[in-house]
Ligand binder design. Structure first.
Ligand code: CMC
Length: 433
């Protein structure tokens, strides 16, 4: 039995001693439980960017940034990416266990049942100027689903009704992403074909032309897409997952909550990095391919440029997802016979950065976004769609995080602050200022 005394944290403040419990997670992660800190001491903690703050306990995903470990519900990301399909991983994240054959068939069938979106939703596209960013459209489309399913607004509805919202979101997300692509291309929408599996259906809605009855998604592409979605499926308390938990904690409906997660993902420091990486590689190519020049730019503190696709808040050794993606990238390009010149630039950049003391000292390694864009492009997606594809993969993770938070009845998220503004002063009427 652990010695409880040894597990307490002693804090001395203004001559008084306080004890706080230490919490140890199932993988040995340690935290000081300061939930009673303000009540007992009058102090709060200050941790801008939450670099040291555990916002929740969670049993969904384990991540060890030093060792480069990522596991969902105990299963390694390497095993899941190699042996499972995306829907199995979605089921695992949501329900805690891998589905058996019957459970999988049920889940798959329920999702196929909800793939269509209300026809009126297409009118929303008419309001977007041509070329508007897919992520802005995705946020609007997801949040507008709440208008078609108003029961989802009731936080006290039955578990069955909540589950229906989850299935609807999982089912309609590929349809919406494919519609965004089609509208962007000026092509008619291709409706879901529920005889196809989740990923094939998405590729079919995206790349099939209405006039082309022969389109068959390439199995190599289906496999790569499954892997990419799995690699993005969850990543514990990152910016978008924390946003989902925070918005969901106010009991906002799940459509609005997920739309908020998509908004958080859009930023170039988070999921938006995959688009930025490809654009950066293109700029390096257009600039003559002088990789060292760009590495130097990234190191220059007077230059805001960063090497996109490098660095991670948690991974300080390597990003296990990047390892898998790099291999998938080689496989896909070889098997599709594509010779993408930016792949060469990417490899040179990785080599230059990994041997440069600036990157070595700061432990900046390629992250998941570094190679994913090259695969998306080989498959045929335009650069601006990349972050929407990240969102498609991350959806089950966001829902699992929301579900855990709401079933545990966690309180509304409401951080404190240290006020550093003006102290009280007298109001001076406008004419006298
Ligand atoms: N290029 C050049 N320098 C960098 C980079 C980079 N990509 N990333 C971090 N640094 C430097 C930074 O300037 C700082 O240097 P110093 O200590 O001299 O001030 C040091 O490394 C630590 O950086 P930080 O910004 O304090 O680290 P963070 O943990 O707050 O930020 C990050 C993590 C991912 C936002 C950052 O590494 C970054 O901006 N990377 C590029 C964007 C990117 O690829 N984002 C995708 C992340 S993975 C997908 C996801 O899960 O969202």
């Amino acid at each position: 039995m652990p010695d409880n005394k040894a597990q307490n944290c002693i804090i001395n403040l203004e001559g008084n001693t306080y004890e706080f419990p230490v919490i140890i997670g199932s993988e040995g992660e340690k935290a000081i439980d300061i939930s009673k800190l303000r009540d007992t001491t009058g102090y709060v903690t200050l941790d801008i960017g939450y670099k040291n703050t555990g916002a929740t306990k969670s049993n969904i995903t384990f991540l060890d940034g030093e060792l480069g470990i990522l596991r969902h519900r105990g299963y390694s990301i390497e095993d899941l990416a190699e042996k499972a399909n995306f829907l199995e991983v979605a089921y695992l994240l949501l329900k805690g266990e891998l589905p058996n054959k019957d459970q999988f068939e049920d889940f798959d069938e329920s999702i196929r049942h909800h793939t269509l979106v209300n026809e009126d939703l297409q009118n929303i596209f008419k309001t977007f100027p041509t070329g508007s960013h897919p992520m802005g459209q995705l946020i609007a489309m997801i949040s507008s689903l709440s208008a078609y399913y108003p029961k989802a607004l009731d936080p006290n509805r039955s578990a069955e009704s909540k589950n229906r919202t989850v299935l609807r979101l999982l089912a309609k997300m590929p349809t919406i992403c494919a519609m965004i692509y089609k509208k962007r291309m000026g092509h008619p929408v291709v409706y879901p074909n529920n005889n196809l599996d989740y990923v094939s259906n998405f590729l079919n809605m995206t790349f099939k032309h209405v006039s082309d009855s022969d389109y068959q998604p390439d199995p190599v592409v289906v496999d790569a897409m499954n892997k990419l979605l799995i690699l993005h499926a969850d990543h514990e308390q990152n910016c978008s997952a924390s946003t989902v938990r925070l918005v969901g904690s106010s009991q906002a409906n799940l459509y609005a909550t997920i739309a908020a997660g998509v908004a958080a993902l859009w930023g170039p420091l988070h999921g938006g990095a995959n688009q930025e990486v490809l654009e950066m590689l293109e700029s390096i190519k257009a600039d003559g391919g002088n990789v060292q020049k760009w590495v130097d730019k990234a190191k220059d503190k007077n230059d805001p440029f960063r090497l996109m696709g490098f660095g991670h808040r948690v991974y300080k050794n390597f990003d296990p997802r990047a390892k898998i993606i790099k291999k998938t990238c080689d496989d896909v390009l070889n098997r599709l016979g594509i010779n993408d010149p930016v792949l060469e630039i990417a490899k040179k950049l990785e080599e230059a950065a990994l041997t440069d003391p600036y990157f070595v000292e700061r432990k900046l390694y390629p992250n998941v976004d570094f190679y994913s864009g090259i695969i998306y492009r080989a498959i045929g997606f335009p650069t601006e769609m990349f972050t929407a594809l990240f969102a498609l993969g991350r959806l089950p993770g966001w829902i699992a995080q929301w579900q855990e938070m709401s079933t545990e009845n966690q309180p509304i998220g409401r951080p404190r602050q240290i006020y550093t503004g003006q102290t009280p002063r007298s109001f001076i009427p406008r004419g006298e200022r």
